[in-house]
Design a protein around this ligand. Structure first.
Ligand code: F6R
Length: 614
């Protein structure tokens, strides 16, 4: 949700900022803008509705000189996506320019008070209130920008990552965060600032992650200072980035999403690496073993997540209950945080989040922590807010996921869930050795099995042409594959804008079956598993009503092949890993349908990769 970039140093700031915005465009692309202080000390703001490319066209003939600047790509919350609501926002006197990611909840009251004091507003955003408030404090208290930022932020309720520059000051950016991420990159005689490390990685691998209510004073020629809202100096650690530039580029694929789908054989290897012993007979998630007592004595496990990560959580529920015999509840983080849930000190809460920044998941973590639960994180982005807020955790190590639709993170999350359940089941003695070795063996074969599924891409592309212009889809699955059906439907709707619903296959007859006619494509995940016959009956029910069935089946299944209209045959794998193999062809199907429809696959409308607002 909104991307922030900043630069101060010896380079021309504009190209650094624009490149950074492109890297952060996945966070929002409703508008983009930049503020630069040139050598004369002029503060120039250029902003435009639409993607970063629109801003570049707009700024072509403008004065874009300067070695210091801040820039923003927006995902609209308050105020429609137009030029006026784009960031940066000037203060009343145009002496300050500010960018913001987050939401200021008490902006209405603050705005009224500022209007009464003669401030005029040019936008409908909550952000403009911040820059005006900072200027108001500077004028009334006759204080420095830093002091004014501290005072203003003490008045503010809500979430923010901000950066401010000042007319006449060619050296300093003030930045602050609360509940929205912010990273400072430390180069030689230069500083970078960004919402995540992706715009920074090509210049330096040294970064500092700001904590809540910390302010960074980033000044050319001076060491970085981090202070609190009360001006107390804060200690900070310099971390080393392990990300590489090639991970951030498309590598010859037309879209990041397709690249990320194709990366899955490798990302599963990276996810498993170092966790399974050389003989392939033992798996250890150290975050679980290091906290063995908490897990072994857990009365219950609660999984909190949103979207695709919530679907991975549902598969986690099956795995943990099935293998470890611990009761599990899976909650939408956004519901959990507001419904006064019962949380006991012997609960273990598992937070699943690719970005590690999802506001609702972070809030659910904080709530459970306050009530004494032990919190375990399953995140992708190293050093992210959720990763830092949890007591322990396991990274999925799938590399940066840039396509807005999550693909490799989902399979990585399910892989970690599987390793977690196996580690715990072994410690608890709830799994027989034979089953343990079977699942572990199949887990290690997953990369090559996914490779086989990817070979079906041409077949799936042909299939996509038949269904591109359908208006509705139903996705069905049972047991471990019900979440895979939900995930398949989510992939299709978010990138093709076709309405799609996922259901447990047997639930069809309780209502949704009324939708079936010969126009309705029904995707049924029907691997040869313990409930195969039941799923076959569900397929018969659909066929009897004229529905078009596209079945994802196990290799060699002639029964469903004879009933279904189209089949996608995936390799046979042990039941608990089947949703991973089933989800890959559904990712490809959604991708090709969206491409056929000419959709913006990597940046679908209204969405953003990292949902840092609730
Ligand atoms: C769907 C998708 C979203 C995210 C959700 C949670 O493709 O990407 O549904 O899964 O916004 O995001 P994270 O996992 O970053 O917490």
């Amino acid at each position: 949700m909104c991307g922030i970039v900043g630069y101060v140093g010896f380079r021309e700031a504009y190209p650094v900022l624009i490149k950074g915005l492109h890297r952060l465009e996945y966070r929002g692309y409703d508008s983009a803008g930049v503020a630069l202080v040139n050598e004369k000390g002029d503060l120039n703001v250029y902003k435009h509705r639409g993607k970063v490319a629109e801003l570049e066209r707009f700024a072509e003939s403008k004065d874009i000189a300067g070695h210091i600047g801040i820039a923003h790509t927006r995902w609209a919350t308050h105020g429609e996506p137009n030029d006026a609501n784009a960031h940066p926002h000037y203060s009343e006197s145009e002496n300050l320019a500010l960018i913001h990611n987050g939401i200021i909840e008490n902006y209405g009251l603050l705005k009224e008070a500022l209007i009464q004091n003669g401030f005029r507003f040019r936008s409908n955003t909550d952000t403009e209130v911040l820059v005006q408030l900072i200027e108001y404090v500077m004028q009334t208290n006759r204080c420095s920008l830093l002091e004014a930022v501290q005072t203003a932020l003490r008045e503010v309720i809500g979430a923010y990552a901000i950066a401010v520059v000042e007319k006449g000051n060619r050296d300093r950016i003030i930045a602050a965060r609360k509940s929205s991420p912010l990273v400072v990159g430390l180069g030689n005689d230069e500083y970078f600032l960004a919402s995540d490390a992706t715009p920074i990685v090509e210049y330096t691998d040294k970064v500092v992650y700001l904590n809540d209510e910390e302010i960074a004073v980033i000044e050319r020629g001076k060491p970085l200072r981090v202070v609190g809202l009360n001006n107390a100096e804060a200690k900070f650690d310099i971390k080393k980035l392990s990300m590489s530039i090639s991970q951030l580029e498309k590598g010859g694929y037309p879209h990041f999403m397709l690249k990320e789908i194709y990366e899955q054989p490798r990302t599963i290897i990276d996810c498993i690496r170092g966790r399974v012993n050389i003989d392939g007979t033992h798996v250890v998630l150290s975050g679980v073993l290091d906290n063995k007592e908490r897990f072994l004595h857990a009365g219950r496990i609660i999984i909190v997540a949103c979207g695709t990560s919530w679907h991975a959580g549902l598969i986690g529920e099956h795995l943990i209950e099935d293998l470890c015999r611990i009761p599990v509840e899976v909650e939408y983080a956004s519901e959990f945080r507001y419904r006064n849930p019962v949380i006991r000190p012997d609960d273990v809460v598992i937070a699943v989040s690719q970005s590690g920044e999802t506001a609702d998941t972070l809030a659910a973590v904080e709530l459970a922590k306050r009530q004494g639960a032990f919190i375990f994180g399953i995140c992708n982005v190293v050093g992210s807010s959720i990763a830092r807020a949890t007591d322990s955790g396991a990274y999925i190590h799938v590399g940066p996921e840039i396509g807005v639709a999550s693909t490799k993170a989902f399979t990585g999350q399910v892989t970690v869930m599987t390793m977690l359940a196996l580690t715990l089941a072994k410690e608890k003695g709830t799994i027989e050795e034979e089953r343990y070795l079977e699942i572990l063996g199949h887990l290690q074969k997953l990369p090559s099995l996914i490779g086989e599924v990817l070979e079906l891409d041409e077949q799936i592309k042909d299939l996509s042409k038949i269904f591109t212009y359908c208006h509705n889809f139903i996705y069905l699955g049972r047991g471990y594959n019900y979440p895979a059906a939900l995930e398949g439907a989510l992939k299709l709707k978010e990138i093709s804008y076709i309405h799609a619903e996922g259901y447990p296959a047997a639930e069809m007859k309780h209502g949704p079956i009324a939708l079936i006619d010969n126009e309705m494509p029904v995707i049924v995940i029907a691997p040869s598993d313990s409930i195969y016959e039941k799923t076959v009956s569900n397929i018969q029910e659909i066929k009897a009503r004229g529905g078009k069935v596209i079945a994802v089946i196990s290799a060699g299944d002639h029964t469903v092949r004879n009933i279904a209209d189209y089949c996608i045959e995936v390799p046979t794998v042990t039941e608990c890993l089947s949703p991973i193999l089933a989800s890959v062809p559904l990712q490809l199907l959604a991708y090709h349908i969206a491409v056929n429809k000419g959709r913006d696959v990597d940046q679908p409308r209204n969405l953003a990769k990292s949902v840092t607002v609730e």
